[in-house]
Design a protein around this ligand. Structure first.
Ligand SMILES: [Zn+2]
Length: 370
């Protein structure tokens, strides 16, 4: 009896010491070891520079840290808002908020030919389909990528369900060879239109290249670029298309079907192409939505993602997504963020820190609105 009491004390002391040591290790790993958390969102890439802003290692309590991370997510409740998020931050949020990430887009639809990176003449798009559906009127026989067929059908049906609207497809997939013919024809026309070029073919081709894509650089090679016209415009591909009821409906709603306008007005210097309100490209709804909400062209989107690397985006319908830049492919992957099992951190409501931290910790890009 007498001996068991000191033994018992000894045991408890050991346990307390062990628990204390574990806690210290835990704090130093989670709070300080990675350079996170900080009192503010770090621009992408700066997470690797620990504690330079002076607050990174100074987090006083683990509870504060977790509530801060969770506030990051809740701060992006507003649709369209982008929050920067580090891998480490995301890992902690997943773990303590009971969330999982589900890959939904591998970024393949953002692989596009451009003057800087032309596709080889041997490039093969995925499966193609002829537009034989009466729901998709076209001015001639048109082939499109199978992946874009259903969204296209739905989008055209939506536009044409409005009184007086007669949206028509003017062109879709174009092979390398076909593009080469179109380009040569355009260059010839330039020489006729500008006699002062005096047979300077190179210059004529440069001018032609702003109107018709150089072979290997046309988005039509993918089968996902589609040119639209209307019955009133009689098949013409003209700027006036933007002002037609059909054009205006597309401008406002095409993103819902996964389409974007790659050659936007006022972005000619970035895209290298003239304004083409009739030319739409299917990139899938995850990319189309964020591009539309922020008024980007694809180049700006990719540039933004290359800089930020990893962001959280709250979609219009409330869905939370993580966008990740893939350096190897130069594209963006998308993960859905979903609730897993409820966990102890649902007690979060008990912490009063959140309000304060979410206000102070947020660096967001707001959408220009739809
Ligand atoms: Zn086009």
């Amino acid at each position: 009896m007498r001996r068991s009491i000191p033994n018992g004390h000894k045991f408890e002391r050991h346990r307390a010491l062990l628990a204390g040591a574990l806690l210290v290790v835990f704090f130093s790993i989670t709070a300080g070891g990675t350079g996170y958390p900080s009192g503010q969102f770090l621009p992408a890439g700066e997470g690797e520079r620990p504690a330079e802003n002076g607050v990174a290692r100074g987090s006083p309590a683990f509870a504060l840290y977790i509530s801060y991370l969770m506030a990051e997510i809740d701060a992006s409740q507003e649709p369209g808002v982008i929050c920067r998020i580090s891998d480490e931050g995301m890992r902690m949020i997943r773990r303590f908020r009971g969330l999982v990430e589900k890959p939904v887009d591998d970024g393949n639809l953002l692989k596009l030919p451009s003057p800087a990176r032309p596709f080889a003449s041997t490039y093969q798009p995925g499966p193609l389909m002829f537009l034989a559906d009466p729901a998709i009127p076209s001015t001639k026989q048109v082939e499109v990528a199978a992946v874009a067929f259903e969204p296209l059908r739905e989008m055209v049906a939506f536009v044409n369900s409005h009184p007086g609207c007669q949206l028509m497809v003017a062109s879709g997939y174009r092979s390398y060879e076909r593009q080469a013919v179109l380009f040569a024809n355009r260059a010839k026309r330039v020489l006729i239109e500008y006699p002062e070029l005096q047979g300077d073919r190179e210059k004529a081709e440069r001018i032609a290249g702003r109107i018709v894509a150089v072979p290997g650089t046309s988005q039509h090679m993918t089968g996902r670029a589609i040119d639209f016209t209307t019955a009133v415009l009689k098949g013409g591909l003209v700027e006036e298309f933007a002002g037609t009821p059909e054009g205006r409906l597309l401008k406002e709603h095409a993103w819902r079907y996964g389409f974007v306008f790659p050659y936007a007005e006022g972005k000619e210097e970035i895209t290298g192409y003239i304004y083409e309100p009739w030319h739409l490209l299917y990139v899938g709804k995850y990319h189309a939505e964020i591009i539309q909400m922020h008024g980007w062209v694809i180049e700006e989107y990719l540039g933004y993602m290359e800089k930020e690397r990893s962001i959280l985006f709250r979609a219009t319908e409330g869905e939370l997504r993580r966008y990740l830049y893939n350096e190897e492919t130069g594209t963006v992957e998308v993960n859905l963020i979903k609730e897993k099992e409820p966990s102890w951190c649902y007690l979060r409501g008990r912490w009063n820190w959140e309000e304060k931290w979410s206000k102070q910790g947020k660096v967001v890009d707001r959408p220009r609105g739809l």
